[in-house]
Structures are given as structure tokens and as C-alpha cells.
Design a protein around this ligand. Structure first.
Ligand code: MCN
Length: 785
């Protein structure tokens, strides 16, 4: 291991910029003559828009234009597309109602935009927006899954009768039914996986500028995947050729999934800038973020696990209703299906699984990917159900898991995925040691003396990331490829620019991708820059989500570097008058095997650009691109143990300890991997104990600010004990798996298993998330009543 290559805890290169206030975010972009947009949004969850009167607003100081859905339709701007087609059980396609960027006849959630006011200053646009008079006729709203599916429920879209987007299934229903027939025990669970609101530090923003001379448009936006934004906006919504549309996602302050999607605001701002021939900027206020950033999770599930008398899992059946919100967001349809039900085998050999998922439109903010996206929902269900089964059958929760672990790889699950590698036993043993599982009963007894209820909870889980062969995804309905591109440009003096189609908005790619160049090309890490987030600089990209950047983007870079080494070898061989077959490359030096004849990487790169003495059959230059389409998902896995103490008087849950042993494949930067674990754990703990997006029956968001949506803070978290238990991915050249979402997937069930363990002797069987003091206190009171 070099001190800056694979495995080195290199300090984050990008932090010099972030810590000295020289980051460049979308709102920092200032263009000559720029205008500001403010969106006029519906205060009602469901209403007819009878009339929009903009006269007063148009006359307000500084106002340049007030634009509505009618203007948008007149200019033939299309609706926002959904990127994944799901088919119903009967083979028919899902209901896919239109999603206009500005609603013109009906509004479908609080925050649905009906107009924009464009003015010389931000304040003028905001003030004038209050003068836009919208005549709404309020209609009944369906603001929850239950309300959406109720008989006589108000319809969100005429195109989706009964508010059903799709009714989808996975697995073998008949085999699962048969497995249940032979069961000695059936564990049952009804649960709610509550709705969450992503909270990136930087709110969404976009600024667009039209250049009349070249008839081209540049958009700076807070996107996790600028190329996809360009493709969707150019080809599907606005009819602009892609070479005339440049999308730049500069520094982006966090996304957690919420910035994957193409949003109405990006389209409207781009259209307005072209229409008004002046740059137009929009920056969300925090309350707009709460209302309009796609939300996450929101499932109601009934699940049953069939076991034999020894505790071996025989079958699993799952019935899930998933809230999809008012419109289909870019990848909303794929989250409760292919990113959820395909993970229902977990780490276990369960031979028969059947899942039925019904996605429901409601008068709420659209729901899409949020850190973990589908996989936390699967892991939570499974790990709760396994604990319930263990308790009901009097089997130790560790034993029941050991008994059912998959231990041979590759392993084909009954729900489509083939796991390539893992060692679930090793991760479990590692975490039990780290958490001092054996010593727990003594700690419980000691806590009892202090009047506290102490509980311990385990979760062993697997997730799928690095999404995945384009051909497979395409066959399952994805309307996009899922490859990644990487380009390595070696400059004449041997410094390197790395271009990647993935996007970093906090994950440290500028460091870890530079480490790859340092490892494989032997270049000093300070001689490497990483460029991402600009459709004009990077050939193409599928962006960042599903913890894919290292496994897919990093593999593309590896392949491009192999091409560099191959070409460099030919140049070096020529310079050293040897055959390329006799030249080897190691740590930045080309050497004629078995001799002391060498050429440094920088000498070879200079020859590539100053080709005075150069092979006749070789092109000058040292600049290579590769596109990598993964052969499979990667399957990170882990075991988490959580210990809590509950104050029975108040219901307050104190997190005493969190221990993890995770398998993220080959680790590039252990410090960054730990940092990713910290962030994911904080978000998973936020879901387990604190966060809950709630609507009232009329569709008003009750948790639209930090006053009533509880984000985890440092003081809510213990110091995490992080261990690792690594197996290499077998199908990508780096052996890596993803880490970005592991914490948010693995820890919520461990927290709730610990909470239930602390209360189990009272007869408490399940506690839904978030386990707030009030909810826990009620469980204690009910149990004691
Ligand atoms: N890494 C590593 N060794 C490994 C795996 C990863 O050194 N074996 C490094 C990677 O090189 C990268 C980081 O860890 O620097 C995360 O890599 P990866 O797991 O590939 O995830 P992505 O880079 O694709 O990031 C996406 C993932 C997701 S899906 C969400 S959501 C999320 C997350 O990462 N959003 C984040 N982490 C986030 N972190 C921050 N700060 N902000 C967000 O918005």
C-alpha cells in the first residue's frame, strides 16, 4: 500500500476548499443581468384552479414576467418523465399520469407550483408573488395510503382509478403458499415504515442562461446526475438538442438521494431564461425544501415468516402498500419494487418468497429515493420479523440468524438477485465481540438497579448497490442505461485529470478517485485533479445514487487507466528499444523486465505530446476513456448491535452503544468509509428514533420546519464502534462494494429490536418508528394497564 493509494486514510482534498469558504455552489453563481424566480405554490392539497390573476403582480416593482402553466403549454413544454416503467401483475403497464411542471387546472399537493414571478431581485419576486391571485376550489384530499385506497376516496388522477399506480408482484406465490402449509410456526407483523424528509444542508437551486449567439443554454443546478438532467430536460421535456444544453452541477451540499431527480423548478427556470433571454435563478427556501424535495419511505406492510420447528425459515410473504405521492417522481416507481422486494431474502436461505406491492397516489409530495431507498424498508421488515419469530419460538436471536445464514456463494435468491460474495457469519461474530454481547445481561441488571430498562438489538442485513447491468435493468423496465464513464487525461508533464460521470456531493470522490490514480499510475496525489458534474467536460455519466460511484464509476476509471498503461507501455518500449511484451509498469515506472532500464511515467507522457522520437504506429497523446457496465449489483452486508436504555417514567430512549461490522468490499479510504458510516448511521438512527413527516387529513404538512421535524443531532448519538469484515466483490476489477447507504439500512431494525428487547417482559411485541418518548411511554402504559 502506498501512502496515498488504496487503503490509505488520505485527508479529503476537497475539504481545503470547503473549509476556507471557497466552495462554489449553485447559489454562488452570478450571471450578468440575472433575474430571480419565485414560485407561487398551492396552499391546498387538492383543488381546482379556476383562475390565476397576475395583473397586480405584473405591475409590482421590478417584475419582469409572471408565467403560468398556460404559457408553458403554449410553448409546448412537456411533463416530467418517470424513468422506470413497472408492470402490473397482469402484465399491463403502470398508470402514468402527466406531471406538468406548473399545474394549470388541478393542484395535487401543498407546494404544487402554479406560476412563477420573475423579477430583478429575489425580494421583489417574493413580494410580487403574494399579489398573484389564484382562485382555488378546494376538493377533498387523500393524504395517506389508507385514505387513498378507501372506498369513495378522492381521485388524485383520472388516469389512475382507485389511486393505484401499480399492483406488482415478485416471487413464487404458489411455492410460498405451499411452504406456509408445512410450517411449525408463523410469525406475523404489521408495520409502518414512516415517511421521511431528506434534509441536505444546501437547499435545491438552479440558474439558467441562454446564449442567443450560439442558441445554447447553460443550467447550473444542485443535481446528483447532471447528464441525466440534461437528457430528460433536453430530449423529453423541452425538445432541445443535447449539444445545445449544458448542465453543470457545481459543488452540491448534500443530496441523500433527493437531488437525483429532474424537478419542475429546473425545467421552469430553464424555459423562463430562454423565453426572457436573461439568466434566471431560483433558490429554495427551507420550507420549500420540506414541501417539494421528494420524500422517502412511507410503506404500510403486513408480513409473515414461516418456520419449521427448528427455526429454519421456510417461506416469507409480504404485502406492502407504498405511498408514491401526488405524481411519479423520476425514479419513484422503482423504489418500492426493484430496490425493495428484491432484498427480501436478506442474508437468509429462505427458499420461497412472495411479495405484492401496491403503489398508491395520494395528495402529498412525491416519494422517491432517500438514502437506502427501498433497502432500509426491506431490512427493517425482515430483521423485525426474525426477532419476533425468535422470541415467539424461544430461540436466541443470534442462533436463529446463524441457523438461516447463506454461507455458499454465489447464491441465487428467490427474489431475482444473485449474491456474489459475503461472509455473514464472520460479520456477526465480529460485531458480537465488538459489542460485548456476552456481557449484556450484567449491564441490564446494573441498569435495572438505576431504574432503567436496558435492551439489546441485533440486525444482520445485506443490501444491493452499484446498480447494475443495463441489460437486466432495461428488461425490468428501466428507461436508462446504468453504466458509468471515466476518462483519464495525462498531461505532458505527467499530471493527471480524472473525469467521471458520477457526482460527489459530500462523499469525497475528489480524494478517493485521486487515490485510484495514485495507486494504479503511481502519480503523486497532488498531481491529480478530479472533474465531475459538467456535461461539457465529462463525456457522459449516469450520476450518483445507489452507492454506485466507486463500484461503477471507479471501475470505469480503472479500465481507462489500463488503457493508459497499455499505450504508455508501447511508448516506453519504443523509447527503451525493447518489445512491449518485455516492459512492465509498476509504481509510476516502466521497466524492461529484469534490467535497470526504466522510463518514468512523466517521461513517457512527455513523449506522447512531444513525439519527436515516437512509435510510427501509435497516435500521439495520452488520454483514454472507458465506459463500464457492471455485471451485477454489489452486495454490501453487515451486522449491527445497538444497546439502549429506556426511562420508564418518560419513555425517553437513550442510545448507549452502536457497534457495526460491515463488509463494503476492498476499502479505498478507511477514513472516508468511516465518515460514510457515521452519516448513514445518523440518518438511520434519525428514522428509528426521531424523524416522521406527517400530514393532517386535509393534506397539510404538519412537519414542514425544524420546529416540528426532528433531525438527529450530535448529542443524540453515541460514539460509534466501527468494525469491518471484508470480502471482495468478485465481478468488478477493484473488488469494491458500496458504503454510502449501509448505515441507514442496517441500524434502524437494530435500534427497534433493542427498544422492544427493553420492553419485552412487559409484553410489548413491536414498536413502530420513530420510537419517540411519547410512543414508547404509551406502549409502557398500555402494557402495564
Ligand atoms: N469508498 C471507499 N471504499 C469502499 C466504498 C466506498 O473508499 N469500499 C468511498 C468512495 O470512493 C466514496 C465514498 O466512499 O468516496 C462513497 O462511495 P459509494 O459507496 O460508492 O457511494 P457514492 O459515492 O455513490 O455516494 C452515494 C451514496 C448515497 S446513495 C447517498 S444517498 C449518500 C451517500 O452516498 N448521500 C450522501 N453518502 C453521502 N454523503 C454525503 N456527505 N452527502 C450525501 O448526500
Amino acid at each position: 500500500m502506498s501512502d496515498t493509494g488504496i487503503g490509505a486514510a488520505v485527508r479529503r482534498k476537497e475539504d481545503a476548499r470547503f473549509l476556507t469558504g471557497t466552495g462554489r455552489y449553485t447559489d454562488d453563481i452570478v450571471r450578468p443581468g440575472q433575474l430571480y424566480a419565485h414560485f407561487v405554490r398551492s396552499p391546498l392539497a387538492h383543488a381546482k384552479v379556476k383562475k390565476i390573476d397576475a395583473k397586480a403582480a405584473e405591475k409590482a416593482p421590478g417584475v419582469v414576467a409572471v408565467l403560468t402553466g398556460k404559457h408553458l403549454a403554449d410553448d409546448k413544454i412537456g411533463g416530467l418523465p418517470c424513468g422506470w416503467l413497472i408492470h402490473n401483475k397482469d402484465g399491463s403497464p403502470m398508470n402514468e399520469p402527466p406531471h406538468p411542471p406548473l399545474a394549470s387546472s388541478v393542484v395535487r399537493y401543498v407546494g404544487d407550483a402554479v406560476a412563477i414571478v420573475v423579477a430583478e431581485s429575489r425580494q421583489q419576486a417574493k413580494t410580487a408573488a403574494q399579489l398573484v391571485e389564484v382562485d382555488y376550489e378546494e376538493l377533498r384530499a387523500a393524504a395517506s395510503i389508507e385514505a387513498g385506497l378507501a372506498k369513495g376516496a378522492p381521485q388524485v388522477h383520472a388516469e389512475a382509478p382507485g389511486n393505484v399506480c401499480y399492483d406488482w408482484e415478485l416471487g413464487d406465490e404458489a411455492a410460498t403458499k405451499a411452504a406456509f402449509k408445512g410450517a411449525a410456526h408463523i410469525a406475523k407483523l404489521d408495520l409502518v415504515n414512516q415517511r421521511l424528509i431528506p434534509n441536505a444542508i444546501e437547499p435545491r437551486a438552479a440558474i439558467a442562461e441562454y446564449d442567443r449567439a450560439s442558441d445554447s443554454t447553460t443550467v447550473w443546478t444542485t443535481s446528483q446526475n447532471p447528464h441525466v438532467a440534461r437528457l430528460l430536460m433536453g430530449a423529453f421535456v423541452m425538445g432541445l438538442p443535447e449539444h445545445k444544453l449544458r448542465v453543470i452541477a457545481p459543488d452540491v451540499g448534500g443530496g441523500f438521494g433527493s437531488k437525483i431527480f429532474l424537478y419542475a423548478e429546473e425545467v421552469v427556470v430553464t424555459w423562463a431564461a430562454r423565453k426572457l433571454a436573461r439568466p434566471v435563478k431560483w433558490t429554495a427556501e427551507r420550507s420549500e425544501s420540506f414541501q417539494t424535495d421528494a420524500h422517502g419511505r412511507d410503506h404500510v406492510t403486513h408480513a409473515e415468516l414461516a418456520l419449521d420447528e427448528e427455526g429454519k425459515f421456510l417461506g416469507l410473504r409480504v404485502d406492502t402498500k407504498a405511498n408514491i405521492g401526488a405524481y411519479l417522481s423520476t425514479f419513484g416507481s422503482s423504489i418500492p419494487t426493484y430496490l425493495y422486494a428484491t432484498l427480501l431474502a436478506g442474508c437468509y436461505t429462505t427458499p420461497a418468497i412472495y411479495a405484492n406491492v401496491k403503489a398508491v397516489f395520494t395528495h402529498t409530495t412525491p416519494v422517491d429515493a432517500y438514502r437506502g431507498a427501498g433497502r432500509p424498508e426491506a431490512a427493517f421488515l425482515l430483521e423485525r420479523l426474525v426477532d419476533i419469530a425468535a422470541r415467539e419460538m424461544g430461540i436466541d436471536p443470534v442462533e436463529i440468524r446463524r441457523k438461516n445464514f447463506i454461507s455458499k456463494f454465489p447464491h441465487q435468491t428467490p427474489v431475482a438477485l444473485e449474491y456474489d460474495s459475503g461472509d455473514y457469519h464472520a460479520a456477526l461474530e465480529a460485531v458480537l465481540e465488538l459489542a460485548d454481547w456476552k456481557g449484556f445481561e450484567a449491564r441490564r441488571a446494573e441498569a435495572r438497579k438505576r431504574g432503567k430498562r436496558r435492551g439489546i438489538g441485533l440486525s444482520t442485513f445485506v443490501e444491493a448497490c452499484g446498480i447494475a447491468p443495463s441489460a437486466v435493468a432495461g428488461a425490468l423496465g428501466a428507461r436508462a442505461g446504468l453504466f458509468e464513464s471515466g476518462q483519464i487525461r495525462v498531461h505532458p508533464t505527467g499530471s493527471v485529470t480524472v473525469y467521471t460521470g458520477s457526482h460527489s456531493h459530500g462523499q469525497g470522490h475528489e480524494t478517493t478517485f485521486a487515490q485510484l490514480a495514485s495507486e494504479f499510475l503511481g502519480v503523486d496525489i497532488d498531481q491529480v485533479d478530479v472533474v465531475h458534474g459538467d456535461t461539457e467536460q465529462v463525456a457522459f455519466g449516469m450520476g450518483t445514487y445507489g452507492s454506485r460511484s466507486l463500484a461503477v464509476g471507479g471501475s470505469a476509471l480503472y479500465m481507462a487507466m489500463q488503457k493508459i498503461i497499455e499505450k504508455g507501455t508501447k511508448i516506453a518500449a519504443h523509447l527503451m528499444e525493447a518489445s512491449p511484451a518485455d516492459v512492465e509498469f509498476d509504481k509510476g515506472t516502466f521497466r524492461v523486465k529484469g534490467t535497470d532500464k526504466t522510463k518514468a511515467f512523466a517521461e513517457v507522457s512527455l513523449a506522447a505530446y512531444v513525439p519527436h522520437n515516437y512509435p510510427a504506429d501509435l497516435e500521439p497523446g495520452l488520454d483514454e476513456t472507458a465506459f463500464y457496465d457492471p455485471k451485477n449489483f454489489t452486495f454490501p452486508a453487515g451486522a449491527h448491535v445497538v444497546e439502549v436504555e429506556i426511562d420508564p417514567e418518560t419513555g425517553v430512549v437513550e442510545l448507549v452503544s452502536v457497534a457495526c461490522a460491515d463488509d463494503v468490499g476492498t476499502v479505498i479510504n478507511p477514513m472516508i468509509v468511516d465518515g460514510q458510516m457515521h452519516g448513514g448511521l445518523a440518518q438511520g438512527i434519525g428514522q428509528a428514533l426521531l424523524e416522521h413527516a406527517r400530514y393532517d387529513d386535509s393534506g397539510q404538512l404538519l412537519t414542514g420546519s425544524y420546529m416540528n421535524y426532528t433531525m438527529p443531532r450530535a448529542s443524540d448519538l453515541p460514539s460509534f464502534k466501527l468494525g469491518r469484515s471484508i470480502t471482495a466483490c468478485t465481478h468488478n476489477p477493484l473488488g469494491v462494494k458500496g458504503v454510502g447507504e449501509v448505515g441507514s439500512i442496517g441500524v434502524p431494525p437494530a435500534v427497534i429490536n433493542a427498544v422492544v428487547d427493553a420492553l419485552a417482559d412487559l409484553g410489548v411485541r413491536h414498536v413502530d418508528m420513530p420510537a419517540t418518548p411519547e410512543r414508547v411511554w404509551r406502549h409502557i402504559q398500555q402494557a402495564q394497564a
